[in-house]
Ligand binder design. Sequence first.
Ligand code: NAP
Length: 292
Amino acid sequence: MGISPQTRFGNKRLIGLIGQPVKHSISPDIHNAAFNYMNLDYFYIAFDVKERALGLAVKGLKALGALGFNVTIPYKQKVVKFLDKLVDDAKVLKTVNTVVIEKDRMIGYNTDVLGIMNTLVPYKDVISGCEALILGAGGGASAAALALARFGCNHITFANRTLSRARRLANFLRQKIKISAEGIGLSASNLSAIAKTCGIVINATPIGMWPNNNNSLLKKEQIRSGSIIMDMVYNPSETALLREAKLAGAICVSGLDMLVFQAAESFKLWTSLEPPIEVMKEVALEAIGRFV
Ligand code: NAP
């Protein structure tokens, strides 16, 4: 006999995060603070899931009566085959970071795109018509590309460790959203040649993520003064890439803003309520402090 979908953890309803690694994640801090602030009986836990157990973990969350879950590196695309339906940006990108479990159906959403757009709104006029370099070609990279395309970016280059994946993503987006895009390898000479010509560079790889705080794919000499450098890595909040960008005179955008904005959109999907953004931002900053 299965467990009733109404099963509660204590009196609280479960919301999960699945990824690997998740030790660096502060999403539990942000969501639990928001639930407490709004007096909601929800409870958010991060689960470190091995790839071979991904399907079991997804089915397990459903069986345990979870309200939904977030998906993070490296499963945003791998999780799709276990879901019942994709909507909105998740359907365009075939990439999911938020799942809502509704009447036994698992619906996949992508709140990273809105998270990036809300973060980059102050720079949208600079992005319009510019060339962009995205480091990485996974779920975060595809969300960044869709956000940049919506702000009128002219051309996107994906530089990725696995060249075939960069080319595949560029090709997919050329067909799907009619943006001019290409894929290249992640070598230092490739990056030197292209980074200086771009109005915006977004890191969508885990390079520089805690505990490897000193790693950066670009050095200050490779960064154009006045360009926008955004790091999706949010832990630490000022990554080595952002430190190099500051030295080069670039505009620095931390992944922490994106983290809060995408979390706020996930909160709306799970609760149908307006998220307490200021509380979420405050807790995010506080939570990052414990890793120093
Ligand atoms: P993903 O779909 O698994 O993609 C990971 C990407 O990083 C791939 O392009 C992968 O290259 C590359 N990569 C992984 N390890 C690498 C290494 N050692 N050297 C060079 N490249 C490497 O993951 P994702 O969801 O896009 O996440 C990427 C990063 O963005 C993570 O750090 C994640 O925490 C961050 N992120 C932050 C937010 C936020 O709200 N701030 C939101 C989304 C993502 P291959 O194709 O060669 O494997």
